[in-house]
Design a protein around this ligand. Structure first.
Ligand code: C5P
Length: 218
């Protein structure tokens, strides 16, 4: 009996995290935000002043990460760092260290351990291609860079955080380029993956489409 996995890969700020979480909730499946693991490694590196170019030190942080996912909170050594890992500094560093093979290797087993009954929904960049190649449904969820920047901008403004549309868009372009052009597990749509462009879709419509594809795949 194989435990079903739905993978949702895609670029930053595409809404894949929100969609994945809602699909998991609807199906009563477990949820893994794989990007949070890279962000946690980045946060520890920042706090411990570790040189991000030192691949073995960063991989060491990844292997010893004491993280717990508690509902919507992410705990690091018991401290709630859900907001801290979303900072611009963390986002940028996460995307840089994610290009290091030793870091990806150190996080692989940890990600596989989330595959538990009755099923798993996970989002990231390489969930369908590298971590769960035998997933029951693989989705590539995307939206135009401009639409993703608009959503990120709205989110920040709603939180009362100052935001600049031009710099958000610039940041999205930079991360897209870095995530898509790295040697290891680059972000790209695989042949066995279904494309879901949400540029003109609401969250609900995107969630329903994933559920429809899931039912069709069962
Ligand atoms: O998805 P999120 O934006 O939170 O991910 C943060 C960074 O972690 C991404 O920019 C990407 O470089 C990296 N990442 C990755 N592989 C994953 C998930 C995230 O390389 N499966």
């Amino acid at each position: 009996h194989i435990i079903p996995v739905i993978t949702i890969d895609g670029p930053s700020a595409s809404g894949k995290g929100t969609v994945a979480q809602m699909v998991a909730q609807k199906l009563a499946y477990h949820y893994l935000d794989s990007g949070a693991l890279y962000r946690l490694v980045a946060l520890v590196a920042i706090r411990s002043n570790t040189d991000c170019a030192n691949e073995s030190d960063i991989a060491d942080i990844a292997s010893h990460l004491n993280a717990t996912f508690d509902g919507s909170s992410i705990l690091l050594n018991g401290e709630d760092v859900s907001d801290a890992i979303r900072s611009e500094q963390c986002s940028k560093l996460a995307s840089i260290i994610a290009g290091q093979p030793a870091v990806r290797a150190a996080l692989l087993q940890r990600q596989c351990a989330f595959r538990q009954s009755p099923g798993l929904v996970t989002d990231g960049r390489d969930m369908g291609s590298a971590v769960f190649p035998d997933a029951s449904l693989k989705i590539f969820l995307t939206a135009s860079a401009e639409e993703r920047a608009r959503r990120r901008y709205k989110q920040l403004i709603e939180k009362g955080i100052n935001a600049n549309m031009q710099s958000i868009l610039q940041d999205i372009y930079e991360r897209d380029t870095r995530d898509s052009n790295r040697d290891i597990s680059p972000l790209k749509q695989q042949v066995d993956t279904k494309l879901l462009d949400t540029t003109f879709l609401s969250i609900e419509e995107a969630v329903n489409e994933v559920l429809r594809l899931h039912n069709a795949a069962c």
